[in-house]
Design a protein around this ligand. Structure first.
Ligand SMILES: Cc1cc2nc3c(=O)[nH]c(=O)nc-3n(C[C@H](O)[C@H](O)[C@H](O)COP(=O)(O)O)c2cc1C
Length: 272
């Protein structure tokens, strides 16, 4: 977002220790791109993924993404085109194929005009209908995106045992998101046919769940809520589990494990 916005009124983040889940309705609270840019310019090294979303009251939402690419290209290792946050009303409508095609044309043009041309990844919502996925993936591939991130938080409350927590508004992340996000990852993997890498995200909180994401089709992993409940040592445990899986199978690389259970995951039934 180009402009400062305060986001939704607080409290706007709830956590359930019982369900190992978070519900957030932050609404892109931020100080604007210039503030983010100067902070990022001051940091040393590492991979910086710049996540772009449209401003809540923007009159040109697609223009917000294009402006973000132009402004942040110097500091971005890659861009995430976030059209999947449930906390900005109407944002997820940009996933509709026609709107998505217009958006991707504009952001590709903006990227082409930058010096460094960082990769562009599209981040999808786990609440998309199965029947809408083929066209969405086709549009993403045909517009030269460099990867797909599956998935953002969900409006579903499936899998929650904590009834009071389930009434909170916003996007749910963490362990109960895992089956939904992993099933969708597998479906996107089969549709993308290996043409672009997928980043698996949603409910990773152990070595086992990280391996399952790889086997469902992820080449790379991201996690947020798992770190809240498990702490930073989780990363070491995940690396150990992935190395152990490779050793068990006699592989020197992770590649042969990617997507080997995609068919099984994509046919999985979800609890309502
Ligand atoms: C407090 C909070 C803020 C988030 N903000 C963003 C955001 O600004 N952009 C975005 O694409 N995803 C955002 N997410 C979603 C996460 O990046 C991730 O897709 C989701 O939480 C599922 O992964 P997890 O189960 O590992 O947390 C946020 C999640 C949480 C919990």
């Amino acid at each position: 977002m180009a402009a400062t916005q305060s986001g939704n009124p607080g409290p706007r983040i709830s956590r359930s220790v019982k369900d190992r889940a978070i519900i957030n309705r932050l609404g892109f609270n931020n100080e604007g791109q210039e503030a983010a840019l100067s902070r990022l310019k001051g940091r040393a090294g590492g991979i910086v993924g710049v996540n772009l979303g449209a401003g809540r009251d923007s009159s040109d939402r697609i223009g917000d993404y294009a402006a973000g690419i132009a402004r942040m290209a110097d500091v971005a290792s890659y861009f995430t085109i976030n059209i999947s946050s449930p906390n900005t009303p109407g944002l997820r409508d940009l996933q509709a194929p026609e709107a998505l095609a217009t958006l991707l044309r504009r952001v590709q043009d903006a990227r082409a005009a930058t010096l460094r041309k960082p990769p562009l990844l599209v981040k999808l919502a786990p609440d998309l209908a199965d029947e809408d996925l083929p066209e969405i993936v086709r549009v993403i591939l045909s517009h030269g995106a460099d990867g797909i991130i599956v998935a953002n938080t969900t409006l579903s409350r499936a899998g929650l045992r904590d009834a009071a927590f389930a009434t909170e508004e916003g996007g749910m992340s963490g362990r109960p998101l895992f089956p939904r996000a992993t099933r969708m990852l597998a479906r996107v993997f089969r549709l993308a046919e290996g043409k672009i890498p997928l980043i698996g995200v949603g409910g990773i909180d152990s070595g086992e769940s990280a391996l399952a994401k790889i086997e469902a089709g992820a080449s790379l992993l991201q996690l947020y809520t798992g770190l809240v409940f498990e702490g930073p040592s989780l990363i070491g445990r995940i690396k150990q589990a992935l190395l152990a899986a490779m050793a068990r199978e006699g592989y020197a690389r992770l590649t042969p494990l990617i997507g080997r259970r995609a068919e099984e995951w994509s046919e999985r039934m979800l609890k309502p």
